[in-house]
Design a protein around this ligand. Sequence first.
Ligand code: ADP
Length: 417
Amino acid sequence: MTPSATILYIEDDEASRSLVQRLLRAAGYEVLIAGRALDGIDLARRHPPHLILTDINLPDLSGRELAVRLRTEPALAGVPIVALTAQSHAFERHMTLAAGVSGYITKPLDVAAFPSQIAAYLAGRTEALDEAAREPAQRAYNQELVERLEAQVRELEAHNRDLRRLDRIKDDFIQLTAHELRTPLTTVYGYSRLAQSSPAIERVVAEDAEVRALLTGLIDSVERLHAVVNEIITVARLASGRVDLKISPLDLAQIMGRVVADYRPAADQRRLTVSFDPDQWPRRMEGDAALLELALSNLLGNAIKYTPDGGHITLRAEYPQPGRVRLSVQDSGIGIDPDEQRFIFDRFYVAGDTQLHSTSKTAFRGGGLGLGLAICRGVVEAHGGAIWVHSPGCDPARLPGSTFYVELPLRREQRSP
Ligand code: ADP
């Protein structure tokens, strides 16, 4: 016996686990326990044991698959693996040995003999499989593997179908709720606009600070709610491919200028410089003016949101090839983790801890749901364009910044396939 030896025991059945554990501990071994093969593999990598004792029927991989896997790990390839199983049929034993298991102990356990059996395997005993049995055992094992693989692929496909169905239900639910909310909200929004322009209310507001504060709070919230509901409806329309672009000649320099002007107060308040040279921007192109304005507004809004006070934002338009314009919005903000970059254009995706930077997200309208970039992508792709981002990573202290690119065809017929 090697009293200091460590044995990893992989078994999902509680009763077997406690009996074997007790016997091994009584014999002076240190025992590590795992209930699943994958947990056993992880544990063996972290604390390489002197021997691995495993059940064959485990909830994830079988004991045979576990042996094949461990034999490919240089640090564990030489560790004896002993199967402890109720499968007493000779053929199962052969299959198990063919998979690379060194020993085979059948249940019920011979409690008196068990410690010396373990000691023998620790000392190097291996059970040989005679040549005549090897080939059919290996073939049967391969077949077992393929059958299990097939069953798992089928199960995964069924889960995927279920997930897609649930995703559709979720989309329909969101869309329906947003539509149901929009009707009463449009009325409330209309009244709040009327209230703002009513001379009688203007007089009360001018005289009474409390009424002024109440009314401003109410109108701000209604406007924000209206913007969020519209955002959800737009993104649902874009995602379902049911968007009818209202294509007309447009002046992108003017549209971008308007967006910059809209954000000017927010940028000034936060001492952010926005460089924009309208002469670079196309004066004549074709597209859906309202949707392009929405997309550009989301990009500039994000640049402002994710750039701490005093930063710089640069808007550019370049012409990488005839008939196409490449717009970019570059900021000196917190940046975006490379792992997150491919998800941020998905609906409802909000990256990292957005409270990390000095700006409060809620200080800006329409943000926070993770829909802004999904809208941008929907709009750009509906125009036959592409959108992507470059950022070295997210670092709220060093501020590496991000640059969002949008490439669009200048004419309708120049859409890429
Ligand atoms: P949100 O409404 O949350 O801003 P978006 O779809 O506009 O949603 O953006 C998704 C996520 O992408 C944001 O939560 C943010 O983490 C990240 N992001 C977008 N623009 C920037 C930017 N300019 N700088 C850093 N992170 C950004």
